[in-house]
Design a protein around this ligand. Structure first.
Ligand code: ADP
Ligand code: MG
Length: 474
């Protein structure tokens, strides 16, 4: 699997030439990011980091990941509607994790008041790595499922053309023609448009809830522009704007300075640091409103690491998806080993195992966005410190996935061109719309491949570690 471009990857002259073409092609195609210096202006922008070469991905695993996506949509939707399961699963976590507790409080509050909207829109991305077994065969293993602000569906729609060109420059036209078309942004917009339509007001807008620091705006613009093309109005607002301009009428319709909002699409709101008291108030206002929330707070909670770990317990999927044995089998086949650190014997045992052999595991808190997990020595130290305290329960443990590395070049502005040993993470986008009890849309509209150098244990393009890539199926 690693050997796809063996002949060219060491040819320094060819690589240098191809890299120059690649960077210009990325700029032309709109694979863009704002700069760290000017994150909120588009006067000077740069290309988003990407690989020179597409990475080899085993075709069977790629197809497996697509085949299970609609099942994952069903599962996330089922979890989000199961109050008892969310309550039980998160009970230990919310005792020690303030952020999850605060989200959970809003969840309880809106349920008590009664939901003002029966239309649900889910956009998620299920991420996988290819675990290399002792015999050299690779297996698809889910890393996590992102149920809020799953990004890069826009930029990844544009990287395929860049890689196609690079392969041609390197004399590989035949391989270039095999790269699959991929346009998740279009599919995400389709889901948002469907929810907007079901909301049922021509005048109402779609509101992108965006960050204070908006480096990744071009990725979002890809989705926005798809909506404009459908004659759906889009506004971009921050939590602060919602606090200042947002209000509900008697039937809990959401207005921003008099403008009715049909759909709130969160590209923000998953990190504790961004919530001051005003932003929490804004979040509550949005959740109480009649606007379709993507995701609603229940679906955000369904994406926590703790829920992921509980889903892997024998019998849980059967309870959540009764009558879907085939979907359950497909879902379960992608699970890595996941372990609860709740207080008690089971948690004690796995904590001791991980302290003795930290390289077998990843220690994960209830956080999103990259850079939060613990590995190796650090995992051992932290676990050693918290193993007898309730704080332990704010984490879960997961088997560490060990993919086979391949050589590639990571193209990043202002960075030298050098070969790196890399591993990749495949994400499949999911989108679904439910009206009451009827699922009216359930799709897997595209994929994302991200690749990082093996020196980095953790990932994330926005976190500055991984870069955009395109799968080359082998
Ligand atoms: P986040 O919500 O921060 O994105 P993830 O669970 O996706 O959290 O972990 C972040 C990164 O850490 C992943 O992109 C991957 O590179 C690495 N990682 C996470 N879990 C594992 C694992 N079980 N084995 C190997 N690497 C992992
Ligand atoms: Mg992740």
């Amino acid at each position: 699997m690693a050997a796809a471009w063996q002949d060219v990857v060491r040819d320094a002259v060819a690589v240098r030439e191809a890299a120059a073409v690649a960077v210009d092609a990325a700029l032309l195609a709109g694979v863009l990011m704002r700069t760290g210096e000017q994150p909120n202006a588009s006067d000077v922008v740069n290309y988003a980091p990407f690989t020179l070469l597409p990475s080899a991905v085993p075709r069977a695993l790629f197809e497996q990941a697509y085949a299970v996506q609609q099942d994952f949509n069903l599962l996330v939707d089922a979890v989000s509607q199961n109050k008892e399961f969310l309550e039980q699963t998160l009970a230990s976590t919310i005792k020690v994790d303030d952020f999850t507790a605060r989200l959970f409080r809003i969840y309880t509050q809106v349920l008590e008041e009664g939901l003002a909207q029966t239309v649900v829109l889910g956009i998620n991305r299920s991420d996988y790595m290819f675990d290399c077994g002792l015999d050299g065969t690779a297996a698809l293993r889910q890393i996590e499922i992102n149920t809020i602000a799953a990004s890069f569906g826009g930029l990844t729609s544009r990287t395929t053309d860049v890689h196609r060109l690079v392969l041609k420059v390197l004399g590989k036209s035949e391989e270039a023609s095999q790269l699959l078309p991929n346009n998740p942004a279009k599919g995400l917009a389709l889901g948002i448009a469907k929810a907007w339509e079901l909301y049922g007001s021509q005048r109402a807008v779609v509101m992108f809830l965006v960050e204070e620091v908006q480096r990744n705006i071009f990725d979002q613009r890809c989705v926005e522009n798809e909506l404009w093309n459908r004659n759906i109005r889009v506004v971009r607002k921050r939590f602060q704007d919602v606090f200042e301009q947002g209000s509900l009428d008697a039937s809990r319709r959401l207005y921003m300075d008099g403008q009715e909002v049909a759909v709130v699409y969160y590209r923000e709101g998953y990190m504790p640091q961004i919530y001051n008291e005003q932003n929490w108030e804004a979040r509550l206002l949005l959740e109480r409103s009649r606007a379709v929330k993507c995701p609603d707070i229940a679906t955000q909670l369904a994406g926590t690491k703790k829920v992921q770990q509980e889903l892997s317990r024998p019998g849980t999927l059967e309870k959540l998806l009764p009558g879907h044995p085939e979907a359950i089998a497909r879902i379960r086949a992608t699970f890595a080993g996941l372990y609860s650190l709740d207080e008690g014997e089971e948690g004690d045992r796995i904590a001791a195992t991980a302290i003795a052999d930290p390289d077998r595991f990843v220690l994960k808190p209830q956080r999103e966005g990259g850079g939060n997990n613990l590995y190796g020595e650090e995992l051992r130290e932290v676990l050693e410190k918290i193993k007898d305290s309730p704080e332990r329960t704010s984490y879960i443990l997961m088997d560490k996935i060990k993919p086979q590395p391949a050589l590639n070049y990571l193209l990043r502005a202002h960075s030298p061109l050098q070969a790196s040993k890399c591993i990749s993470e495949l994400g499949i986008f999911g989108v679904y719309v439910r009206q009451g009890q009827e699922l009216v849309l359930n799709q897997a509209p595209g994929h994302l491949l991200r690749t990082k150098a093996i020196e980095h244990a953790d990932g994330g393009v926005a976190a500055g570690v991984a870069v955009l890539d395109t799968p080359y199926l082998v």
